[in-house]
Design a protein around this ligand. Sequence first.
Ligand SMILES: C[C@H](O)[C@H](O)[C@H]1CNC2=NC(N)=NC(=O)C2=N1
Length: 113
Amino acid sequence: MTLNELAAQHCVPRRGAEHALDAAAVDGLLAQLPGWQRSADGKGIVKDFRFDDFHRTLGFINAVGFMANREDHHPDLEAGYGHCRLYWSTHDVGGLSLNDFICAAKVETLLAR
Ligand SMILES: C[C@H](O)[C@H](O)[C@H]1CNC2=NC(N)=NC(=O)C2=N1
């Protein structure tokens, strides 16, 4: 699946370990997402986004937050003056589901220009 095909999908509720993606599926999807990596805990994917100043960082956070509410799928955020680290994981699955990759792809399209 390409980045644009991922970004065109919408999250659906995914609950239970049967929705967890295996290592090969995660590798295949990560290959479509520039700069995204597995998190240290192995249960998520992360990327740190850099911005020139605080208001650009906050604008990004607000755009991500709006999308996340629409999708009912929410990232962990860690931010400072010029950066925001996003962490996507599916709590209801206890690891990575397709929802995490759909949202990561949507973040990439938010930034595309
Ligand atoms: C009912 C609703 O779909 C769930 O509570 C959603 C809300 N947002 C969520 N966000 C994330 N990151 N993981 C989830 O499992 C999750 N579950």
